[in-house]
Design a protein around this ligand. Structure first.
Ligand code: FUB
Length: 342
């Protein structure tokens, strides 16, 4: 494939040379990129995809995503060298975790760095852990137990304007959110009908020391254009996994994956805790089943970080992280990115 991407939309700037179809790194497979600017560098916290015995099949419980460590990537400018800082945290060093180091995120507070990550515990239940470091690239030292009250997958941490930190998280199907719908864990979980309100992503405030939840885990309300909750049968718009929050001008954008319809979509609101009203598509389906992203401003421009399975020729558990410039239009709407025509 070529390094240039054909753009479907008329109004995208022509010859946008910051629009890349190039993998950020090719020596390892990476996915689920969470990008942050710390100091004057861009850091990317991805999953590290590998091939194992368990990754041979593909199942609704996600067993084929059998990752065992995290690497941190960084760069000092867009288009510059992407540095792989090596293994920053290993499964074998996390006392409570048994398997499946899924999509992580990171945050900085008072010169300390925190890596948040989901993993299955010894009972096969997804929990969210936290590990600390003095450096953004790690190595990270994990807490001995998962965060109390944590469940499901895909943590994304947002620093609000007042200095409070919030974690958005959750994912249905393999992410187990259905199993917690009754308020506590049940192996079978709830089965919703298409006309039920869809399961919501979760949000919780983090404690001062960034190591635990403070207060209740809340639902993030996602509404349609008439102010009604998105329904479970609305597979093109309802939440599946990969929540991410960014603020553009005075508006909060909650973007997420629709899972089985393979899109990244977004909803907007005037409060970081919601409610959010559905707006449209950020990223059309990519090659591979999963779609997972982050959105960050770096050196004056907005970027979308995403993955696809082009390098592995379509193996869904072997993904590659990429980035492209993201355009907010004058009315605040996001110009949809479509990489399928390349
Ligand atoms: O990488 C494993 C899982 O696949 C992530 O946690 C999901 O968001 C999906 O990308």
């Amino acid at each position: 494939f070529t390094a240039q991407v054909a753009i479907a939309q008329d109004n995208r700037p022509e010859h946008d040379d910051t629009f890349f179809a190039k993998p950020l790194v090719e020596h390892i497979y990476t996915a689920d990129p969470s990008a942050h600017v710390f100091g004057d560098r861009l850091y990317i916290y991805p999953s590290h995809d590998i091939d194992t015995e368990k990754s041979k099949g593909s199942a609704d419980d996600g067993a084929h995503f059998d990752m065992k460590d995290y690497h941190v990537l960084s760069m000092d400018k867009v288009g510059g060298e992407t540095v792989d800082h090596g293994a920053a945290l290993k499964l074998e060093d996390i006392p409570w975790a048994k398997q499946q180091l899924w999509a992580p995120d990171a945050a900085e507070k008072n010169g300390k760095y925190y890596l948040y990550f989901p993993a299955k515990d010894k009972d096969g239940v997804f929990r969210i852990g936290v590990a600390q470091s003095d450096k953004p690239e790690g190595p990270f030292k994990p807490q001995p137990t998962p965060m109390d009250g944590s469940f499901s997958i895909d943590p994304a941490v947002y620093r609000a304007d007042n200095g409070d930190y919030y974690m958005y998280f959750g994912g249905i199907w393999g992410g187990q959110l259905e199993r917690w719908a009754g308020g506590s864990y049940s192996q079978t979980g709830v089965v919703l009908s298409p006309t039920d309100t869809a399961l919501a992503p979760k949000v919780v405030k983090l404690s001062e020391d960034m190591l635990s939840f403070e207060g209740e885990v809340q639902d993030v309300q996602l509404l349609d254009e008439n102010g009604n909750p998105l329904l479970n049968g609305d597979n093109d718009r309802r939440f599946f996994e990969a929540a991410w929050l960014h603020k553009y001008q005075d508006t909060y954008y909650l973007s997420y994956s629709t899972g089985d319809t393979h899109k990244i979509v977004y909803a907007t609101g005037d409060n970081p805790l919601g409610p959010f009203t559905y707006q449209g598509v950020v990223l059309e389906p990519v090659i591979g089943w999963t779609n997972h992203h982050s959105i960050t401003k770096f050196q004056g421009k907005w970027y979308l970080f995403y993955h696809d399975c082009r390098l592995s020729e379509g193996k869904t558990h072997l993904r590659t992280v990429k980035m492209t410039e993201l355009h907010h239009q004058p009315d605040g709407s996001i110009l949809t990115v479509d990489t399928r025509s390349t």
